[in-house]
Design a protein around this ligand. Structure first.
Ligand code: IVH
Length: 677
């Protein structure tokens, strides 16, 4: 369809669907990245994105800059442009105790001629200060704080932050300040991956965020789970009477704002809120180095004004540093799933912000050498981004010999190697090293992978010791009788484990299996992409047998998001006789998954569900999803039923029938997890 000017016209219904998809995806991004409460499965989310991409491919003239496909649309740059701002970003004066804070309150009250101010208390996020500008509702500029007046234009990088909307529901223009940061857990995962990949880990979430935002290639930024929380509407008094109204507006516009913000009046009230944070601090998912206390009313803020450096209407209350010194007793070497030999400091037990610390992390052997650690050193520990504290420095050196990196694997005795360009020491004895086997089995059955409940580290250790498991494929050969012969197992626990293994056998999709195998560099996203491309292991194996590793690499390279490192790693795993043997054994034990398609019947293929009770959504929807995943739905429970999905107020008859036939009863939430592969 070409219009008068020769342009392609876009049918109205297509345009409407396109806009709707963008809005829906933005809303699902918000639920996932901001609320941590997705309401659709990954697969449904992928389908929405696939539909959007298909529409954009067909009608390229329709593509708008706020489409989620345009988040990583910018080419790498050589230098950031400078942003000079009209309203400088001031920093805050600090307080450390009750007396300091009382002095601040008294200054404020005096400045207001004795009026009692309302305060807003917010967590002081320990990240990187940023400022975003929306023009006519569209994200137009993102900048760092820089020196307050001049910052870097990092718009392309901030566009990749999924919780930051590219467009607001209103066509409003506003400048909003906030903080970019990495959640503690995301930071820990990221560092773990860096250590595994032999890269230098980041010191703390703040450094990692700073390093990420300085990247010149937005694609690198998009790979990192950077988050943003906004906390100041610049020129807020143009819109509202007070700051809390501005924060409410920011939240309503779908922009990320902290849910841990409290208002209070007067000093006693304020100090009580501050005190309550002593314990709450640890429950935040990100590092906070204190609180920010702000006068709520914009009129009062104007009255108070600012000094050259700080506003008079706001102050930071800094939390006590989480550092302590203790004695280093030893350095322990552990060999993880991928063979990396990691050092851990064994310490004289010491209290650090409420917990007794006996061990601390050391990132790698370079760090041990750099710090020149010796047995008996007094060392400084800090609890920063990671849950376990880290050794930061030596405060008093002992006279012992410095620790040297190990030369042999403490588990299997094989000599350790250091690959070029890597800081990590590895045990290359992959499948025959007991420690690697132990961690691989625990990983394989972990919640993020095949989710075999009851097969954690301790059990895995027992089963390996008993000779029942020599590789991950052996998990699927375990019989109830052999479990019953082991100490600590009884009828119920043995049956439970066998059932869990059975469920994993049936529910293993190719993507989950590839991720669970722990192939170096292959995480769950890459594994799913490969699975969607190959559909069955057979096709990959056949290609390998006929044409060799390079052909497999070439085949995988066409997949969006799969680069040379991942492609080669997969090909090498399959070509390796030990890797191949595990795959062959898995298939022999009935673990040979295919992605859902018409023939195979989907990830729940062969299962039968019964749905009962009151659910949070229409029953039809649940049934449709079960059927779409290839399973059958029946009205009553029989011995053929695989799962009874029980909502609120489930009838006694169904539950009794489930009990009688040994049918597993799952909640709606568990059902969602089951479908979320
Ligand atoms: S308000 C004049 N609110 O702390 C108001 N800042 O030392 C200044 N920060 O540069 C900013 N959380 O990067 C404000 N809830 C919060 C904050 C916060 C963290 C950072 C920000 C600022 C620094 C001030």
């Amino acid at each position: 369809m070409l219009d008068f000017f020769g342009h392609m016209t876009i049918p109205v219904d297509i345009r409407t669907r396109y806009d709707q998809l963008i809005r829906d995806i933005a809303e699902h991004d918000r639920r996932y990245y901001e609320d941590n409460r997705p309401t659709i499965s990954d697969r449904e989310y992928d389908l929405l994105n696939a539909e959007l991409k298909a529409l954009e491919a067909q009608f390229s003239a329709m593509v708008v800059p706020w489409s989620p496909t345009q988040r990583v649309g910018h080419a790498p740059i050589s230098e950031f442009a400078k942003v000079v701002r009209a309203v400088p970003m001031l920093s805050l004066d600090n307080t450390y105790d009750e007396a300091d804070l009382r002095a601040f309150h008294e200054r404020v009250q005096k400045g207001l001629g004795g009026d009692m101010p309302t305060y807003v208390v917010e967590p002081k996020i320990d990240g990187i200060g940023i400022e975003v500008t929306y023009e006519d509702g569209v994200l137009a500029l993102g900048a760092t704080r820089g020196d307050g007046r001049t910052g870097d234009d990092i718009t392309a990088n901030l566009r990749t932050v999924r919780s930051l909307p590219l467009r607001l529901p209103e066509r409003v223009s506003a400048i909003i300040r906030g903080e970019a940061f990495l959640a503690r857990e995301d930071f820990a995962c990221m560092n773990e991956a860096r250590i595994e990949a032999g890269e230098e880990p980041f010191m703390n979430p703040r450094n990692a965020t700073g390093g990420t935002l300085k990247q010149k290639d937005p694609r690198r930024v998009a790979e990192r789970p950077i988050k943003v929380l906004l906390y100041e509407l610049v020129d807020g008094d143009r819109f509202h009477e007070n700051h809390s109204a501005s924060l409410a507006w920011i939240g309503k516009a779908g922009l990320p704002v902290s849910s841990d913000i409290v208002t209070c009046q007067g000093f006693d009230d304020l100090f009580e809120v501050v005190r309550s944070w002593e314990t709450r601090r640890d429950s935040l998912p990100f590092d906070a180095d204190g609180l920010v206390i702000k006068v709520d009313s914009y009129a009062q803020r104007r009255e108070l004004g600012a000094t050259a450096k700080f506003p008079r209407w706001s102050i930071a209350f800094k939390f006590p540093a989480r550092q302590v010194t203790t004695t280093l007793r030893d350095i322990l070497v552990t060999v993880g799933r991928t063979g990396v030999a990691t050092p851990t400091a064994v310490l004289e037990p010491v209290e650090l912000s409420g917990t007794i610390v006996k061990k601390a992390g050391l990132h790698n052997w370079d760090q041990v050498t750099r710090l020149g650690l010796r047995r008996g050193d007094r060392v400084l520990l800090e609890k920063a981004g990671e849950i376990i504290p880290q050794v930061i420095s030596v405060t008093e050196a002992s006279h012992e010999e410095p620790f040297r990196p190990p030369t042999h694997c403490p588990s299997c005795g094989h000599s350790l190697v250091r690959q070029e360009g890597e800081v990590a020491l590895r045990c290359p004895n992959r499948l025959a090293c007991r420690s690697q086997l132990l961690w691989s089995v625990a990983f394989f059955s972990g919640r993020g992978q095949l989710n075999i409940e009851g097969l954690g580290l301790e059990r895995a250790d027992q089963l390996i010791e008993a000779g029942l498991i020599t590789d991950v494929a052996d998990i699927f050969r375990i019989q109830k009788d052999s479990l019953l012969a082991l100490p600590g197992f009884a009828e119920v626990s043995a049956q439970k484990l066998v059932d869990a293994i059975e469920r994993a056998r049936g529910a293993a999709t190719l993507g989950r299996l590839l991720a669970a195998l722990g192939i170096p560099h292959v995480g769950s996203v890459a594994a799913r992409a490969i699975a969607a491309h190959c559909r069955k292991l057979d096709s990959l194996l056949a290609l390998l047998d006929e044409k060799g590793t390079d052909a497999v690499v070439d085949d995988l390279l066409v997949i969006d998001g799969i680069g040379d490192v991942i492609a080669r790693s997969v090909a090498e795993f399959l070509a390796d006789p030990q890797g191949r043997q595990v795959i062959d054994k898995l298939r022999a034990h009935g673990v040979d998954p295919a992605l859902p398609d018409q023939q195979s019947g989907g990830p729940l293929g062969g299962m039968t569900f019964c749905v009962t009770g009151t659910l949070s959504r229409p029953r039809e929807e649940v049934i449709r999803r079960i059927e779409a995943a290839g399973a059958k739905v029946t009205g009553s429970v029989s011995k053929k039923t695989t799962y009874l999905v029980a909502g609120a107020e489930t009838g006694k008859t169904k539950l009794e029938a489930a009990l009688k036939h040994g049918v597993k009863v799952i909640s709606e939430a568990e059902f969602d997890t089951l479908l979320n592969f």
